[in-house]
Design a protein around this ligand. Structure first.
Ligand SMILES: Nc1ncnc2c1ncn2[C@@H]1O[C@H](COP(=O)(O)OP(=O)(O)OP(=O)(O)O)[C@@H](O)[C@H]1O
Length: 240
């Protein structure tokens, strides 16, 4: 379980996350929505200690993530909005191997994880392809494979659909379905609820750094316009 208690995060005079407390159960599929600047990215970057809170704590399975950031990053994989920014190697295989290598696994275990992660995103056999020659959709899948190779309990994806065409979008959605079926917890930061609300167990809506909406997507649909989240399709019968 991820246990977040009283987390506040500021950038100089801006309070980006304001006293947030929330628990996220294992295997949950959670959407995190909110207007631009509501604090979503800052919030999720605390979950694996990429950012340290000014006050409050984040615990994963009872361990404070700032006490053991390496364990936190092994437990909570993160895929960023611009996958290009997170690649560390020139080829697919080297990039996906980087995380498990850093965790100190031996060659056989690294190879097994790379193979399994690439298979999961339908890029098996493409280890030697150059990342800069891939399409945007393929790059998104390499970024997901890089996170999967850590075999995390949770995968956090920040705006994973930005810039993806429909086939690439569907491929990422299929990937999320497979992970859900395997029991991996999924947290998706998104502006775009299309195809996602029916998959998610829970929606967290942020406004001015606080979580002000929390519930199953269908039950909270009519609270979304109040936090400037556009309801792009009918989420329940009361929304027009
Ligand atoms: N590196 C930074 N330095 C200063 N202020 C920042 C920084 N990053 C974010 N902020 C501010 O913190 C607040 C929350 O930003 P954050 O990016 O977390 O929100 P968001 O909901 O993810 O927004 P978006 O949907 O636009 O990505 C905003 O007011 C933003 O301007």
């Amino acid at each position: 379980m991820i246990h977040i208690e009283g987390v506040t995060a500021t950038y100089e005079d801006v309070t980006a996350v304001d006293d947030v407390s929330v628990d996220i159960d294992d295997g949950q599929f959670v959407l995190i929505v909110g207007a631009n600047g509501s604090g979503k990215t800052t919030f999720v970057r605390h979950l694996n200690a990429l950012l340290e809170p000014d006050s409050g704590t984040v615990e994963v399975d009872g361990v404070d993530v700032t006490d053991d950031p390496i364990a936190a990053r092994a437990n909570i994989g993160m895929v960023f909005q611009q996958p290009r920014d997170q690649f560390v190697a020139a080829t697919i295989g080297a990039d996906v191997a980087f995380g498990p290598e850093n965790l100190g696994f031996d060659r056989d275990e690294v190879d097994r994880r790379v193979e399994s992660a690439l298979e999961a995103v339908n890029l098996d056999g493409r280890e030697n392809d150059r990342i800069d020659e891939l399409s945007g959709g393929e790059q998104a899948r390499v970024a997901i494979a890089g996170a999967l190779a850590m075999e995390p309990s949770y995968l956090v994806l920040d705006e994973p659909f930005t810039g993806l065409d429909q086939p690439a979008r569907e491929s990422v959605l299929a990937q999320l379905d497979a992970l859900t079926a395997d029991g991996t917890g999924i947290l998706v930061v998104t502006h775009d609820l299309r195809d996602l609300h029916s998959r998610a167990d829970r929606l967290l809506g942020m406004h001015d750094g606080r979580i002000v909406v929390d519930g199953p997507p269908r039950d909270v649909a009519d609270e979304l316009p109040g936090i400037d989240v556009r309801v792009v399709e009918r989420l329940n019968s009361r929304v027009s």
